[in-house]
Design a protein around this ligand. Structure first.
Ligand code: ZN
Length: 165
C-alpha cells in the first residue's frame, strides 16, 4: 500500500479547485473558480464586465425523490381515506422544501463579455431573443464541488489549460 497516495490525490484536487480547465468543448469550474477576464465567446478583454448567474447543485437521488414524497402521501391518504394522513401532505411538502434549501449547493457563475458581445446581447435581449451563446451557457455533469460549462467560444477555451484527468 502506498501511504502517499491519498495526500497526493488530495493535493492535486486542491490545486485543481481554483483553476478553470477545458476538456473538449466543456470548461470545468469549481464552486469558487474565477473565470479569466476575457469574453466567453471571442476571448477579447472583458475589462471586468461579468454576467452573473447563481446555479444550484443537489444530489440526483434527492432531486428525483423529494418532490414525489408529498404526492405519495396524498395518494396514500386518498386510497386509505385517512384524514390525519391527508393533513400531513402540506407540512411534508414544506419540510422537504426547507430541507432542500440546505441540501443544495450554490455555484456562482460569472462570465466575462467584451464590449462587442455586450452590445449584441443587449440588442438580442431587446428583441426578446433568448438564444445567444452566453444565454445557453449551462452546467453539465455536476458534482458537489465542480461542474462543466457548455456553450463557451472555442477561442476562449483554447487559452485554458487542458484538464490532466
Ligand atoms: Zn466577445
Amino acid at each position: 500500500m502506498n501511504p502517499y497516495a491519498a495526500p497526493r490525490a488530495r493535493l492535486e484536487h486542491d490545486a485543481l479547485a481554483g483553476t478553470p480547465w477545458r476538456t473538449g468543448k466543456l470548461v470545468r469550474i469549481g464552486r469558487e473558480t474565477e473565470l479569466p477576464d476575457r469574453c466567453v465567446v471571442c476571448s477579447a478583454p472583458a475589462n471586468g464586465y461579468r454576467i452573473k448567474r447563481r446555479l444550484y447543485w443537489a444530489p440526483a437521488a434527492w432531486t428525483w425523490t423529494a418532490p414525489f414524497v408529498p404526492v405519495v402521501v396524498f395518494v396514500a391518504a386518498t386510497f386509505l381515506a385517512n384524514r390525519a394522513l391527508m393533513l400531513l401532505v402540506w407540512p411534508t411538502a414544506i419540510v422537504l422544501y426547507v430541507t432542500h434549501l440546505f441540501v443544495r449547493k450554490p455555484f456562482r457563475l460569472a462570465v466575462g463579455l467584451c464590449p462587442r458581445h455586450r452590445t449584441i446581447r443587449r440588442a438580442l435581449l431587446a428583441m426578446s431573443v433568448i438564444c445567444i451563446a452566453v444565454m445557453v451557457l449551462a452546467l453539465r455533469e455536476w458534482h458537489p464541488d465542480y461542474g462543466w460549462i457548455a456553450g463557451t467560444g472555442s477561442r476562449f477555451r483554447e487559452a485554458l489549460p487542458e484538464h490532466p484527468g
